[in-house]
Design a protein around this ligand. Structure first.
Ligand SMILES: [Zn+2]
Length: 444
């Protein structure tokens, strides 16, 4: 292979040598048992390839060499998660609507207190990085002050996020409600301040909680904002539980299905991200595909609330934009490693290809959030968002795949999906900048 000429002193500020795994598509992985990832001073990837092919060109360049049990993968993408539910993750209730009433609304009301909002924002956003999540699509609370604090904290910690104030003007406790006109004004003001902030790491989303807490005035106002700001996201829930769907049918009798409620107000299209979508019929999937909307599959949450089984293979076959979401706090953990495993277990009678699960947790999530052109794998020209994972040592290395044994990528990935744990995350990088470190790596 002939390598392109490079001026290493200008292009390469750092070279990371080690085992590397990334996805080019949902059925195409690249595994380098001894690879190198080159990152320039701006945090952009300049190359990713076998060490032996780059060794000569990198003579004289300081190489950061990973340990023998480490693996470099793209940063994980969480396409649906709630910042203000961090402290109540794992609190059980019989159904979605009862869970909201029993645990969630009371917790979200606490964010009227700026100190509490600051404490949870710092905890949540730090934990995203400790879990190797380098892009997250985040619900906030309905308080503009707490939302402001969350954005400031994300900017300070260097998180890459899509976030927005959660909007509700009915069917929730009074302390979380505001008139539609006021909400529309508040969310537009936050959007103007934060969309594209921190050199593009921060993006804004319009976030109506779901149809049942949204008046027609609120939804039509958001439809107008979508037309005014086509580059801004819209993030909401869709078709999570049968009881919820029955309530939507009663509240919006003119709609033939749940999807039509959002459709009517112009909320669906490119950059719309819909969490769950478990009980969608074929007609709804066809319309969502035609509208270029994205789905966020949250299997850990779906198990927890017993919401039903997402039609994963059908959605993949139809090639909708799709990513995975932790959905903390209905999901118990921020770890996309756990979510990949749960996505496998959720499909009780189908074996989901490991490559597909890994793709969904990385490049697929980035594509669902319309950032696949600049994130999600190690193609040159993309931003260097990556994670260094530690595979735990075992006393019987001969029967477990070793990171540096060639030809074991499938076994390695299998272990990552079924046994991967937050504690395996050693370091997290966003645009080439280290934003989390659990243990030092060895320099040579
Ligand atoms: Zn949710």
């Amino acid at each position: 292979m002939t390598l392109p000429p490079i001026n290493t002193s200008q292009l390469v500020s750092r070279a990371y040598r080690g085992a590397i795994l990334h996805a080019l598509a949902k059925d195409e992985l690249v595994y380098l048992a001894d690879g190198v990832l080159l990152v320039d001073a701006q945090g952009m990837i300049t190359a990713c390839g076998p060490w032996l092919e780059w060794q000569e060109a990198l003579a004289g360049v300081a190489v950061i060499r990973c340990l023998a049990n480490q693996l470099i993968v793209p940063g994980f993408v969480d396409t649906h998660v709630h910042l203000p539910q961090m402290a109540v993750a794992g609190c059980q209730a019989p159904s979605l609507l009862e869970w909201l009433d029993t645990h969630i609304f009371a917790e979200e009301a606490r964010f009227a207190d700026a100190d509490y909002a600051r404490t949870i924002s710092e905890w949540f956003l730090s934990e995203l990085l400790a879990n190797g999540t380098t892009l997250a699509n985040v619900f906030l609370t309905s308080h503009p002050g707490a939302s402001q604090i969350a954005f400031e904290t994300a900017a300070r910690l260097g998180n890459r996020v899509v976030m927005g104030q959660t909007l509700m003007d009915k069917q929730a406790p009074d302390s979380l409600l505001r008139p539609a006109a006021q909400l529309l004004q508040e969310t537009e003001s936050l959007c103007r301040q934060w969309h594209g902030a921190n050199d593009g790491r921060i993006q804004y989303a319009w976030v109506p909680r779901f149809a049942l807490t949204s008046s027609e005035e609120l939804m039509s106002g958001l439809g107008e904002l979508r037309r005014q700001y086509p580059e801004v996201y819209l993030h909401t829930h869709l078709s999570e539980q049968l009881g919820e769907i029955a309530a939507v049918k009663a509240q919006f009798p003119w709609a033939s299905d749940y999807t039509e409620v959002y459709e009517r107000f112009g909320l669906l299209g490119t950059r719309t991200v819909l969490a769950h979508g478990i009980h969608l019929c074929d007609g709804e999937l066809t319309r969502l595909k035609a509208l270029d909307a994205s789905l966020a599959h949250c299997p850990s949450s779906n198990f927890f609330l017993k919401s039903g089984r997402f039609r994963l293979m059908e959605v993949l076959r139809r090639q909708l934009r799709l990513g995975l979401g932790s959905d903390v706090g209905a999901g118990p953990t921020l770890s996309l490693l756990t979510v990949m495993k749960d996505a496998q277990y959720m499909q009780a009678d189908t074996l989901v290809p490991l490559a597909t699960l890994f793709y969904l947790a990385t490049l697929g999530g980035a594509e669902a959030l319309h950032q696949g052109h600049r994130l999600g794998n190690f193609e040159p020209g993309k931003e260097a968002d990556f994670v260094v994972l530690d595979f735990p040592a075992t006393p019987v290395s001969h029967d477990k795949p070793s990171v540096q044994s060639p030809g074991t990528s499938e076994a390695l990935l299998s272990r990552l999906v079924y046994q991967g744990h937050q504690q395996w995350i050693s370091e997290t990088y966003i645009r080439g900048q280290r934003v989390y470190q659990r243990a030092p790596i060895v320099q040579n």
